[in-house]
Design a protein around this ligand. Structure first.
Ligand code: C2E
Ligand code: CA
Ligand code: CA
Length: 464
């Protein structure tokens, strides 16, 4: 009797300790256990080297959304099993969060971790078929090595995470090894993050405006507001330098509100100078779009500015919409009822599904600048033409307009006009400038463009 009790107690205590150190779903070690092992190996210097792979599944949310959470769990379980096999006996595998895994190798010969990581990326693409799911999974993997790329366990994990993030930014389903440049980029990001917290949310932000040319009238009839950070030490920064940091920061919500208010105040000012219906476009992040209060925010900002909300155009990317299709389309539909139009930004670069397009409350599509630029490169000219023509045709069929982005020269302008785009934007028409540099309804002067590139007369000549 006593013997049985003791055995049971031992089994129970083993189960409990297992629960404390292992992930119930996959049986891999959990985050806590990972950290404690890393700390032993790295911080207490019991290992000569540790290679750490940070693995994050790409677009895993879509699996949960389309097949349900139970199916999502099943996929995670399968991946956990496979990871153990792929990474070999010498590796330790852990699940540290929803769809995030870590594999680490201790004292592995140089190059081995890279081979394992590469293998993980490639073999992750093998189809998963279980009772309830059939799916193709992709993963982004970041790799960092102690002591070369990190001084302690925290840093090792953080740097592998940053490398994974970079791999994702490059399109996903790939490997990125953390190097010197990454260290610089990371410390730059950390600095900007700290600066953001110190600067009161918007006092250093500005909006610059880029003119939009109506190709039917040849007039500038709108402008896109683009965010700039006038940094006290680093000077004027464009979104490419800080947007990622800003979007992750608690300051973003305030910035988003500020931006809508400011853009509408600017629109009101242009109206007071007699330029009625001059449109102002703002770029909104996924979080802003999915926010159910967006309509209330827009309506309040328009009222405060004393301008009709219909002067506003809201630019959204497909990725922002697709990440929560229902919330985004609901909120955009509500905003549109108040008057603003909606433009689909960077069209042709995301995972656009045409069926999405028919379901979306969208008024125009902005053809991404990569297509416009390919128009004047010999090798890509023909495809670019065909793509733009197709996008214009689809837009027309759905009752939408098209804006060509990134027009940098006369030839591109003539082309997009000829291909049927309704509007154009780009350095050739005007660079982003402070509001004072925008002249609403001015008719553009493009000299002898009409004769050189057979541009229809009205868009190419000055008739004032
Ligand atoms: P976007 O919405 O596609 O904006 C157009 C970007 O292309 C701008 O870069 C603009 O300066 C640049 N551009 C315009 N014409 C040309 C051209 O002819 N050639 C080339 N090569 N580039 C041209 P910018 O201002 O650096 O903004 C980059 C991106 O940051 C924007 O891309 C937009 O996605 C995002 N962004 C800008 N402002 C905001 C904002 O207020 N909120 C949010 N969430 N995102 C913003
Ligand atoms: Ca935009
Ligand atoms: Ca764009």
């Amino acid at each position: 009797m006593l013997v049985r009790d003791v055995t049971e107690a031992r089994a129970m205590s083993e189960r409990l300790s297992d629960q404390a150190t292992h992930d119930a779903l996959t049986g891999l070690i959990n985050r806590r256990e990972l950290l404690s092992r890393l700390s032993r190996l790295v911080d207490e210097r019991t290992a000569n080297s540790v290679d750490l792979l940070f693995i994050d599944l790409d677009r895993f949310k879509e699996i949960n959304d389309s097949f349900g959470h139970a199916a999502g769990d099943e996929v995670l379980r399968v991946i956990g099993e496979r990871l153990l096999v792929w990474s070999g006996e010498r590796a330790h595998a852990s699940r540290i969060g929803g769809d995030e895994f870590v594999v680490f190798l201790v004292d592995a010969p140089e190059g081995e971790a890279e081979r394992v990581a590469h293998d993980v990326v490639m073999r992750m693409r093998e189809r998963i078929e279980t009772a309830s799911v059939r799916a193709s999974i992709r993963a982004s993997v970041g790799l960092a090595r102690y002591p070369d790329a990190a001084a302690n366990a925290d840093e090792l994990l953080r740097n592998a995470d940053a490398a994974m993030y970079h791999a994702k930014g490059l399109g996903g389903s790939r490997l990125w090894g953390f190097g010197k440049e990454d260290a610089q980029r990371l410390s730059h990001r950390l600095r900007l993050r700290a600066d953001l917290e110190n600067a009161s949310a918007t006092s250093q932000f500005e909006l610059h405006y880029q003119p939009q040319l109506n190709l039917a009238t040849g007039c500038i009839d709108g402008a896109e507001a683009l965010l700039r950070w006038n940094h006290p030490q680093l000077g004027m920064l464009a979104p490419g330098d800080f947007l990622e940091v800003l979007l992750e920061s608690p300051a973003y919500e305030a910035t988003g509100e500020w931006l809508i208010h400011l853009a509408l105040r600017q629109a009101a000012q242009w109206q007071r100078s007699g330029r009625t219906r001059f449109k102002v476009a703002v770029n909104l992040s996924a979080a802003m779009i999915q926010n159910s209060d967006l309509a209330a925010l827009v309506s309040k900002a328009a009222e405060t500015a004393g301008v009709c909300a219909s002067v506003l155009d809201i630019e959204v990317t497909e990725t922002a919409i697709v990440s929560d299709f229902l919330a985004a389309s609901r909120s955009l539909a509500a905003v549109r009822k108040l008057g603003p139009t909606v433009s689909l930004d960077d069209f042709g670069t995301g995972y656009s599904s045409l069926s999405y397009l028919t379901q979306l409350p969208v008024d125009r599509i902005k053809i991404d600048k990569s297509f416009v630029q390919q128009l004047t490169v010999d090798e890509t000219r023909r495809q670019a033409r065909a793509m733009i023509e197709a996008m214009v045709a689809i837009a027309r069929a759905l009752g939408m307009e098209t804006v060509a982005e990134g027009v940098e020269n006369a030839e591109q302008l003539a082309f997009v006009r000829k291909l049927g785009c309704d509007a154009a934007q780009g350095y050739f028409i005007g660079r982003p400038v402070p509001a004072g540099g925008i002249h609403p309804y001015v008719k553009m002067q493009f000299g002898n463009l009409a004769t050189r590139f057979s541009l229809p007369h009205d868009a190419a000549t000055d008739s004032r």
